[in-house]
Design a protein around this ligand. Sequence first.
Ligand SMILES: Nc1nc2c(ncn2[C@@H]2O[C@H](COP(=O)(O)OP(=O)(O)O)[C@@H](O)[C@H]2O)c(=O)[nH]1
Ligand SMILES: [Mg+2]
Length: 252
Amino acid sequence: MNRFAFIIPVYRHGSTLDYVVSSLLEFNCPIIVVDDGNGEEDKAFIRQVVEKYPCVVPVWRSSNGGKGRAVNDGVRKAHELGVTHFLQIDSDGQHDVGRVKHFLELSEKNPEAIICGYPEYDESAPTARLKARKVANTWVHIVTLSNEIKDCLIGFRVYPVAPYHKLLKSHAIIDTHMGFDTDILVHLMWKGIPVVQSAVKVNYPKDGVSNFRVVRDNIHISLTYTRLCIGMMFRSPVLVWRMFKRGSRKNG
Ligand SMILES: Nc1nc2c(ncn2[C@@H]2O[C@H](COP(=O)(O)OP(=O)(O)O)[C@@H](O)[C@H]2O)c(=O)[nH]1
Ligand SMILES: [Mg+2]
């Protein structure tokens, strides 16, 4: 039996946190909420949630470090709590919480795997974002020598704690900002962690707060792909061998 927790990184999304947390109460798991150095207004929302729900375990970061650092601090806390798996969900309410149960069930059936969401958008999704996702996915297909990943940018995933925590201890360089979701997925795939994928509805509320900073985040994303391409070259013998194994399984 998996011992689950939720990890919710929060930056400038304090106002939607109560909605997300209250939708997760039925699962009776620790809910690790990471305050990523928010300002007073968002911190106040987080404090309210911590006081209201005893299952919420707060992690306070003294300054804003980016989603990657926030999730990684959450993983260290999950490891301390003796959790075996965690579902990462964003605090802005964009992910369909109705899919949580299914994702936890998939993880019970595939405890060694990452259960990775892929988005089903409604008409609220900005076209630029859809195009950027296609480009990002193509890069992931290149650096993993596999076309299996349907979406490398989504946050809605269940991870096994042990390999993730081991990766953190190995001091692998994982992007801290917008390249994070891609980077962590590719690094764990390189380690041979299997991925099971399932759909999740994602919406973009009109008045939603986006933390995307064009210059900073594009630099982070470019550096992430550069590092991943170099990493792929070093790992290419293993990746090519895995590619042949997959091919021979398909053919026979
Ligand atoms: N972008 C960003 N998100 C952060 C940061 N720290 C924590 N987060 C949380 O990470 C999740 C994803 O961020 P979001 O801005 O919604 O990314 P997007 O949905 O890809 O536009 C949300 O729960 C944020 O509150 C940060 O420094 N930057
Ligand atoms: Mg978002």
